[in-house]
Structures are given as structure tokens and as C-alpha cells.
Write a protein that binds this ligand. Structure first.
Ligand SMILES: [Zn+2]
Length: 186
């Protein structure tokens, strides 16, 4: 699941397209609306794929406003606060195994494409994915199998723990804004 931000009249390659998965787009959009409401209010639907967006003049003005905060270190500070707030989010009982850490054979086998690709750059440190929503395979030997959604721990992080905010992502968005000629969010 992602957001495709498309330039209306791109001046170069950078302005054609900006893409974020929902885990990065949502905090980015929250941030830009927080720091530059006088500009961003011209776009009412930042968090949905409705094609709403900004004009070229507003895009460039937003790029300037964001660049000021990148240069002053304010964006880096936002990233640190975001990460520390995220680290406070507690685990919750795993819905794949009801918190038991194991599951009986044939209980269910399902894949959730929304969660299956969730980036996990804070909690496992690998930048890879945590397969919550992927509930193990049958184990014919002992009649129970460790739950793969939680690796047998019985606890997982809730979806809120998957959101991410990075200075580099803001910088990439600024580069897009300068060259897009106005944009729509799809
Ligand atoms: Zn589990």
C-alpha cells in the first residue's frame, strides 16, 4: 500500500514522481501540514488517494519552508522525537496465536498483504520486514507450531509502531516539490 505523488508539469526527472509507502507518507504529510499550514491547507486530502494536491507556486513555497527546517536542524529534531515516541509503544498480544506463542495444526493460514510488507527499521534493526499477519505452517510432529507472526513470543508491536519519519525522506520530497510543477496525490 502506497501513495503515488505525481508531478503535473515536471521540469525534470526528479519532478515526475514521489512515492512513499503508507508507513512513511502518513508521518511526512502530518509533518508538512504541521509546519506549513498556510501553504498545505490548499490541499485538503493529504492522507488519501484522491488526486488532491498543490499548485506549482505552492509546491515551491512548501519546498522553501521545508528546506529552512532541514537547514536549521528542526527536521532532525522531529525525527528524534518521532523515534523516541515510537519506542514507547508497547507490544500487545499476538492476534495470530491469541498470545500463546503457538498454534494448533490447521487453525488457520492467512496472509495479510497490508501488514506483510511493513517496514521495521527500529525494532529489528535490519530494515527488513516483520511478517505479522503470516501465521505459521503446520507442524505434524508435535501438533503445535511456534507462531511465525510473533516467533513464539506471544506478543507483537501494534501497527502504530511501523510508522517512520526520516530527514532524508523530507529532503527527497523537497527535491520533488521544486521540480514537479504542481502535484496530485494518488
Ligand atoms: Zn503469535
Amino acid at each position: 500500500m502506497g501513495m503515488d505523488v505525481c508531478g503535473f508539469k515536471p521540469r525534470n526527472k526528479q519532478g515526475e514522481y514521489f512515492r512513499n509507502n503508507v508507513w512513511y507518507w502518513r508521518p511526512l504529510a502530518d509533518y508538512v501540514c504541521e509546519v506549513a499550514p498556510e501553504i498545505t491547507s490548499a490541499c485538503r486530502h493529504w492522507q488519501s488517494n484522491d488526486g488532491d494536491g498543490l499548485t506549482d507556486a505552492d509546491s515551491v513555497a512548501l519546498a522553501d519552508a521545508l528546506q529552512l527546517r532541514l537547514d536549521s536542524g528542526e527536521t532532525a529534531e522531529w525525527e528524534m522525537i518521532f523515534a523516541s515516541e515510537k519506542a514507547k509503544i508497547p507490544k500487545e498480544p499476538c492476534r495470530g496465536c491469541g498470545g500463546t506463542g503457538t498454534r494448533a495444526i490447521g487453525l488457520f493460514e492467512t496472509r495479510d498483504p497490508f501488514f506483510d510488507k511493513a517496514p521495521c527499521d527500529v525494532y529489528d534493526g535490519t530494515g527488513t520486514t516483520l511478517p505479522i499477519g503470516l501465521f505459521g505452517t503446520d507442524n505434524p510432529v508435535d501438533g503445535k507450531t511456534p507462531c511465525r507472526a510473533c516467533d513464539g513470543a506471544g506478543q507483537v508491536y501494534p501497527a502504530d509502531a511501523y510508522y517512520g519519519f526520516k530527514v532524508e525522506n523530507v529532503a527527497s520530497f523537497v527535491a520533488f516539490l521544486r521540480q514537479c510543477g504542481g502535484f496530485g496525490i494518488w
